[in-house]
Design a protein around this ligand. Structure first.
Ligand SMILES: [Zn+2]
Length: 328
């Protein structure tokens, strides 16, 4: 820790004091959520990139984020294009070399307060399942097991969009962890053959791309059967660090709504949107009609002041590991 980190200026401390919410601060939504969490034992959590922002992972659409970097590197009109299957299909090796950089970022990152809080919910027996849109593997780094329909059906975290730390063969669906040797090949833009499919297609990162024609190799369809069971059994659903700017996240929210509605529990199961930006709830409300019947509990809250230009942690200060959302 640098001297600067050890001795924050009076101004920083003052700003932090102003910005940081605490349990002592009257905030009826946070208090209500803590009360709900304390009495819930089948919590389903959906998480997005905001959960990992505090770990230093690059966001996609923010300034200097992955889309901007991809745009500069590949001279694209829109950097988002790099993450489409159409781009990958044409320039597989170039795309894989970029993914090697995201992998390097992921293995350097450490789980943040949000990952630990969800892991503690699991340890306390309060978590039904954690569905993440993140590909960084940080939930597993916090000790949570990854769900797999056959190898690990009791897994705690479902990686909806894959995991940047793994390669998959689209022919035999075999998965292997990235190693120093495979990363070196990716950076050198050389294909990685599948060890069990000689002459078959090269392995690819197990990461869901937009309009991915090989999506069954990234996440099997069984995941929606699992989601239906989990959501219908849930007593609380948390949507953490999701901006609802992408169509995938709003479609998961709609599915959850349909699953609850099908058994007449729409409105009976509270759902909380946890995000420091109010845009998140606004985006969600804009994308879904009849939100009033959902029992959605807004807990938008300000995160601690960002320092030294680092990404602003996205979980409200009330959700710190030592408080574990009122579960201990
Ligand atoms: Zn294979």
């Amino acid at each position: 820790m640098s001297t600067k980190d050890a001795t924050p200026s009076a101004r920083t401390l003052r700003k932090r004091k102003q910005a940081e919410p605490s349990l002592a601060t009257p905030n009826s939504n946070v208090q209500k959520l803590l009360g709900l969490a304390a009495s819930s034992c089948k919590i389903v959590v959906f998480s997005g990139s905001g959960l990992s922002a505090a770990s230093g992972m690059s966001m996609f659409s923010t300034k200097g984020g992955l889309y901007e970097r991809a745009q500069r590197r590949f001279k694209l009109q829109d950097g988002k294009k790099l993450f489409t299957y159409a781009f990958y299909e044409k320039q597989k090796l170039e795309a894989m070399s970029f993914f090697a950089e995201i992998y390097a970022e992921a293995i350097k990152a450490k789980p943040g307060p949000g990952h630990w809080a969800i892991a503690e919910m699991a340890t306390a027996g309060r978590l039904r399942r954690h569905y993440t849109l993140n590909i960084d593997g940080l939930a597993e780094a916090a000790g949570m097991s990854a769900w797999h329909p056959t190898h690990q059906p009791q897994g705690q975290t479902v990686e909806m969009h894959g995991n940047i730390r793994q390669l998959v063969c689209v022919q035999c669906k075999g998965v292997q962890a990235l190693t120093a040797a495979t990363v070196k090949r990716m950076k050198a833009q050389r294909p990685i053959p599948c060890p069990v499919c000689p002459g078959g297609p090269a392995m690819r990162c197990r990461v869901m791309l937009y309009d991915d024609a090989e999506d069954d190799a990234i996440m099997p369809d069984d995941v929606f059967d699992l989601m239906e069971e989990d959501v219908q059994a849930a007593d609380l659903i948390l949507w953490v660090g999701i901006s609802f700017e992408q169509s995938a996240s709003t479609s998961y929210f709609r599915r959850a709504r349909a699953f609850l509605q099908s058994i007449g529990r729409l409105g009976a199961c509270a759902q909380a949107v946890i995000n420091p930006s109010e845009d998140s709830l606004w985006n969600l409300t804009s994308a879904c009609s009849n939100m009033g019947s959902m029992g959605v509990l807004e807990t938008a809250s300000r995160a601690p002041e960002a320092e030294d230009g680092k990404a602003e942690p996205s979980l409200p200060g009330a959700f710190r590991p030592n408080q574990t959302m009122g579960l201990v």
